[in-house]
Design a protein around this ligand. Structure first.
Ligand SMILES: *[C@@H]1O[C@H](CO)[C@@H](O)[C@H](O)[C@H]1NC(C)=O
Ligand SMILES: *[C@@H]1O[C@H](CO)[C@@H](O)[C@H](O)[C@H]1NC(C)=O
Ligand SMILES: *[C@@H]1O[C@H](CO)[C@@H](O)[C@H](O)[C@H]1NC(C)=O
Ligand SMILES: *[C@@H]1O[C@H](CO)[C@@H](O)[C@H](O)[C@H]1NC(C)=O
Length: 600
């Protein structure tokens, strides 16, 4: 198996004109660092409701390095900060940096600020991160990520809450070009890295996933008492989730029936306590019709992807939940299949003699003339006497994709994170425990706690950001989950769900794990990493790594061509009392020396 794959790769490389030896993955070329950055700190849940008041505000800034270059801290300066702790980020790792705005009496918080300057080792590229105040404002502290020195623009982030990190993910390389999380790239990210992933088993392609994906709204078709706080799991609809990178959808579909006439029903996405319960508590989200038109809109714009919908429930509930479930008849199943047949780029008649797991990504991506696959996997409560699948229509039984669906069912972020990381580290890639491993990076608190804090806050404030320092530092070229399934994908500030308010951390993490991390595993990826100069020529497709000179402001405004020397939050004058990384404290005001440096 492995041998024939190698032969195929060599043939392809010869065709591409490279020399054989240099075109192969070579363990000696691995750049992944074995150095562990210091552990980060989890945001205490009690802070979720707290406003980030400037004096004493503690802000974490996580920097993720999925490039073959070390990020070297060059210098910092800060004014009126009690803590300004930054450090190098080794290749394949993340560092949670810490900023504490002073709580000492007699300081005017308007003047607080600082900058950290990084060089990308072995290149002429640099970037910097600023901590700045914005007073008065509901979010009085901000983090500005300034990537001008690497040709990737700037973004001003609202600090989401006290001790809730802002995250920067960088992947790519000097030879390939850089991709960063301050903005989204192409919708069809898989197609854009086709040369890199095409020969990998589909279980070796990392993809973002959406927990209870249809619940981006509360549509009240089901009067089961569920409210947004405890029932809504996403902030953006399926169309935007696809754009935000999600390729694995936990979709729960049921029929909602009129109380007086059970034959009067329609299909809705649902989130309920137990779909077979006598009284199913919860609510409905998007309609199935909307989900279908959103999928079609996305695949028309961004063809070439592999998109899995694992469809659960498949059962009827009365609009006022009562008297237990209504199991679907064959007619209802066919009615449902009829809806799914409205989805374009389904993949009928795939080879079902083995599970999909080990089939190469190209097997799916090449279907429909290169437009890729939307694959439905049914995992609901259908009784044995009704149709279970429709293979010619691309509707399969769920067991055709053999998954390890890892749900911790734990009530706090740290326990969940440690459980998830230890589970994906137990999967030996290429070995007997290799699988399509789904990390459910989400917390399942009790109903009272969840309603109090809200699913949104629990997801976006303490839980999703921990993925980038704790999760990433527990990954390596050998150890990673296939799917990273989250609540509120793309959302980083509470209530900010418009496209220009979202952020591309999970998108960039998935692209980076595929481009960088897995490319350094020579057992799984036999060809040279696309991020090394010698791997670049054959592997590069340009549109993922476009230079950009814009500014994305915290209010959502995006300016594509920023005026030269425009840097939000930058201090022109470094005041007396400013502290540098080497401990020097200024005894008089000076002009910020970095103002005049050429690349910035
Ligand atoms: C990778 O290793 C091979 C063999 O040691 C060497 O010839 C090649 O230059 C290396 N490539 C890079 C990008 O370091
Ligand atoms: C970091 O945390 C891990 C547990 O996640 C622990 O095993 C390790 O000892 C910690 N390292 C340090 C330096 O505290
Ligand atoms: C957003 O902020 C920028 C920079 O402060 C400003 O130029 C722009 O007018 C603001 N846009 C809106 C819609 O308020
Ligand atoms: C400390 O750093 C500052 C700013 O980079 C520099 O001007 C100063 O000379 C340094 N001091 C020492 C003692 O190295």
């Amino acid at each position: 198996m492995r041998h024939s794959h190698l032969v195929a790769s060599i043939g392809w490389l010869l065709a591409a004109g490279s020399t054989v030896v240099n075109g192969l993955c070579n363990p000696q070329n691995v750049t992944y660092s074995n150095e562990s950055p210091p552990n980060g700190t989890y945001m205490p849940w009690v802070l979720m409701g707290a406003i980030n008041n400037v004096p004493g505000a503690k802000q974490y800034i996580t920097i993720v390095n999925l490039t073959p270059h070390r990020f070297v801290l060059q210098n910092t300066h800060s004014y009126q900060m009690d803590v300004f702790d930054w450090g190098d980020v080794p290749q394949g790792h993340a560092r949670q940096n810490t900023v504490v705005y002073t709580s000492k009496a007699g300081k005017n918080a308007v003047d607080d600020g600082g900058e950290a300057y990084y060089a990308i080792d072995g290149t002429d590229k640099t970037f910097m991160v600023r901590a700045a105040t914005h007073i008065p404002d509901a979010h009085p502290t901000r983090t500005v990520i300034d990537l001008t020195g690497m040709g990737q623009g700037q973004r001003e982030y609202l600090d989401p809450a006290n001790q809730s990190p802002v995250t920067l993910v960088i992947t790519g390389s000097d030879s390939y070009g850089f991709i960063t999380s301050i903005r989204f790239g192409a919708g069809n990210w898989m197609k854009n890295i086709y040369p890199v992933i095409k020969d990998r088993q589909i279980q070796h392609v990392v993809m973002p996933g959406s927990h209870d994906a249809g619940m981006s709204t509360i549509s009240n078709k089901l009067r089961g008492g569920g409210i947004s706080q405890n029932t809504q799991t996403q902030g953006i609809n399926i169309y935007n989730q696809l754009w935000a990178g999600s390729r694995y959808f936990d979709l729960r579909v049921g029929s909602v029936h009129s109380i007086t006439d059970n034959s009067d029903y329609s299909f809705w996405t649902l989130h309920v306590s137990g779909e077979t319960d006598e009284i199913a508590l919860g609510n409905s989200g998007e309609s199935l019709d909307d989900v279908i038109s959103e999928i079609n809109r996305f695949t028309a714009e961004s063809p070439g992807e592999v998109i899995f919908f694992r469809v659960r429930y498949l059962i009827g509930i009365r609009e006022v939940p009562s008297r237990g479930p209504i199991y679907w008849t064959a007619d209802m199943v066919n009615d449902f299949f009829g809806k799914l047949k409205g989805v374009n780029n389904r993949c009928g008649n795939l080879d079902t003699s083995t599970t999909f797991n080990q089939k190469p990504a190209s097997y799916f991506m090449d279907q429909n003339g290169g437009n890729g696959c939307v694959i439905f996997l049914l995992a609901g409560d259908l009784t044995p006497d009704v149709p279970q699948d429709s293979v010619p229509d691309g509707i399969y039984k769920a067991n055709l994709l053999s998954i390890a669906d890892d749900w911790s069912n734990m009530g706090n972020t740290q326990d969940m994170a440690e459980d998830q990381a230890s589970d994906w580290k137990a999967v030996s890639r290429g070995g007997s425990s290799d699988t399509f491993h789904i990390s459910q990076w989400l917390v399942s608190a009790d109903i009272v706690t969840t309603t109090f804090f809200t699913i949104e806050s629990i997801g976006i404030l303490p839980t999703n950001p921990a993925l980038y320092w704790m999760g990433v530092n527990n990954m390596s070229p050998q150890r990673w989950p296939t799917v990273i399934l989250v609540d509120y994908i793309g959302v980083v500030v509470k209530g900010q769900h418009n496209w220009d308010q979202l952020s591309a951390e999970l998108y960039t993490l998935a692209v980076g794990l595929n481009l960088y991390m897995i490319s350094e595993n020579c057992d799984i990826s036999t060809v040279a990493s696309p991020l090394l100069p010698e791997g670049k020529s054959a592997m590069r497709l340009s549109s993922m790594a476009k230079p950009w000179n814009g500014i994305h402001y915290a209010n959502g405004t995006i300016v594509d061509d920023a005026p030269r020397h425009s840097h939000p939050g930058r201090l022109e004058i470094l005041r007396k009392g400013t502290r540098f990384m080497n401990g020097t404290v200024l005894d008089h005001d000076i002009v910020n020396p970095y103002l005049t440096s050429t690349s910035m």
